[in-house]
Design a protein around this ligand. Structure first.
Ligand SMILES: Cc1cc2nc3c(=O)[nH]c(=O)nc-3n(C[C@H](O)[C@H](O)[C@H](O)COP(=O)(O)OP(=O)(O)OC[C@H]3O[C@@H](n4cnc5c(N)ncnc54)[C@H](O)[C@@H]3O)c2cc1C
Length: 467
């Protein structure tokens, strides 16, 4: 009997490590609440994880066994469990962050001291870090070239769920409070394999064919919303990809087939950022792209606080920040807008934004979150050039023309027409007071800040800001 050690692969089907652990008789599935890892957790993420674990446990119980749950240091818990059960091999799926890799090396060493092997499997990505390289053998720093190779590479088929589970009785799962977390402020969507599968099924049944056209319209709310499931592994990457391939094969026309490929491109962005993190673990708290003179961020605490609270007086920015607060999720286009606003209009270090997202998003994962922030801050791999600064008003007008999304999250603007909302920055104080007295005036002037941000980046590049 082998152990499968679940971490962020909270599913029974399409799980490489679990499938490998099941080849040698019934598998003993284990989850360890590791206090060192939990220190980096947040209420929405841990709430989602607990939901997913509860469902996984039910699946094991319905299939003749249970999920073994323990709390403590896995370098002690796993060797003890292996000794108790006479297990010779522990399986797990590879983690790519520095934290995960350090933990896994320590666990491998501890098990090895007892003559037990830790076998790590490639599971979370279709193509592991290092498998897609430039012709010169380097990891890619430009997405487009990475994508072409990623798209053309053959993808593995989904793995079957195990058919025999060890006959054990696991402990009850701890509550959020027992793990030291408060209830999340947001109404977090339920985690779990069934929810993930239902979401995927309904997405590939229709919305995927409009993805290209509608993915930038937050009010439509028609993206797959699988990010937290991808983060916690409640859906397998092969199962997800196979569903998109079936959708491509059934596409009603060429536009629909292109939309499916556009969606697959987002799955590749996720892998690209995992490769970046793997080869450059320092990006967690340092710029990927260091500017010659360093960036002299403005970092005004009151402005950053207004951004966190969704009180900037820029409607699309505030709507996004309030969606995050309410749902522990935010639409991708709006993530780009709020991130640009923080780093360019408020000229605040991207790490303030990253920390806030890390605390509030149920789908936060280091690779994607860091990639997204460094992209917006013009410090990342294949990032937005520093001189392309989003105008938050025209972004709102373009992507939420009827201001439906804005009104949904900013009730102070309820009943205000879209044109007025999109020209909020141009209204006089008395016009604003007469229109929506509770909604704040813009905290900064976008045009002024745009110039100041350009000068900040030019100085960082060692250039004369006046030229
Ligand atoms: C500043 C910023 C921070 C972000 N932080 C995160 C984060 O912590 N976690 C996270 O999963 N995504 C993050 N993203 C990427 C993206 O916004 C979300 O993945 C997406 O909005 C999730 O919604 P969805 O599942 O409906 O996406 P869909 O559009 O349906 O995309 C399908 C899947 O592809 C992946 N994906 C989509 N867009 C991206 C992208 N730009 N980069 C990498 N992977 C992508 C996700 O796994 C997603 O579930 C961030 C983007 C920005 C600009």
């Amino acid at each position: 009997m082998d152990i499968h050690w679940h971490r962020d692969d909270l599913r029974a089907r399409d799980n490489a490590g679990l499938a490998a652990a099941s080849t040698d008789g019934p598998v003993l599935p284990v989850f360890v609440f590791d206090d060192e890892i939990l220190r980096h957790g947040s209420p929405p993420r841990v709430a989602f994880m607990l939901d997913a674990l509860a469902e996984l446990r039910e699946w094991y119980q319905a299939n003749g066994g249970d999920l073994c749950v323990a709390r403590g240091d896995p370098t002690a818990v796993l060797p003890d469990l292996a000794a108790e059960r006479g297990v010779e091999t522990v399986h797990c799926n590879a983690g790519y962050s520095g934290l995960a890799r350090d933990r896994d090396s320590a666990v491998a060493e501890a098990l090895d001291a007892d003559g037990v092997a830790l076998e790590t499997h490639e599971d979370a990505l279709h193509h592991e870090p290092g498998s897609i390289r430039t012709n010169a053998g380097e990891p890619y720093s430009v997405y487009t070239y990475f994508w072409k190779k990623w798209r053309d590479r053959e993808k593995a088929d989904p793995y079957d769920a195990p058919d025999a589970i060890a006959d054990v009785t696991g402990e009850e799962l701890p509550t959020l409070a027992e793990l030291g977390f408060e209830e999340p402020e947001a109404d977090v969507e339920p985690g779990g394999m069934e929810t993930a599968r239902d979401r995927l099924d309904s997405f590939v049944d229709g919305p995927i064919y409009e993805y290209e056209e509608i993915r930038d319209t937050p009010a439509a709310d028609r993206t797959s919303k699988l990010s937290a499931h991808n983060r916690w592994g409640t859906i397998g990457p092969r199962e997800l990809y196979a569903a998109t391939e079936r959708a491509a094969a059934n596409a009603p026309d060429e536009d629909a087939a292109e939309a499916v490929e556009e969606y697959q491109g987002e799955l590749a962005w996720r892998e690209f950022y995992h490769h970046v993190l793997y080869f450059h673990p320092h990006v967690v708290d340092e710029n990927y792209n260091e500017y010659e003179e360093g960036i002299d961020w403005r970092d005004d605490e009151a402005e950053i606080e207004a951004w966190r609270d969704g009180e900037t007086g820029y409607p699309i920015v505030d709507a996004g920040m309030r969606q995050l607060k309410q749902e522990a999720w935010m639409h991708n286009r709006v993530r780009m807008i709020v991130a640009s606003f923080l780093t360019k209009d408020l000229m605040a270090d991207w790490r303030y934004g990253y920390d806030h997202f890390r605390a509030k998003l149920a789908d936060h994962n280091t690779a994607n979150d860091n990639g997204g922030w460094q992209w917006a801050a013009s410090t990342g791999t294949d990032a937005q050039p520093y001189f392309r600064i989003f105008n938050p008003m025209s972004q709102g007008e373009r992507h939420d023309p009827d201001a439906e999304y804005i009104r949904e999250y900013v009730p102070e603007l309820d009943g205000v027409d879209a044109d007025t909302i999109h020209s909020w920055h141009e209204l006089t104080k008395s016009q604003r007071k007469a229109t929506a007295p509770e909604y704040p005036a813009p905290i900064v002037d976008h045009s002024e800040r745009r110039e100041q941000a350009l000068a900040m980046f030019k100085r960082a590049r060692g250039e004369d800001p006046d030229e």
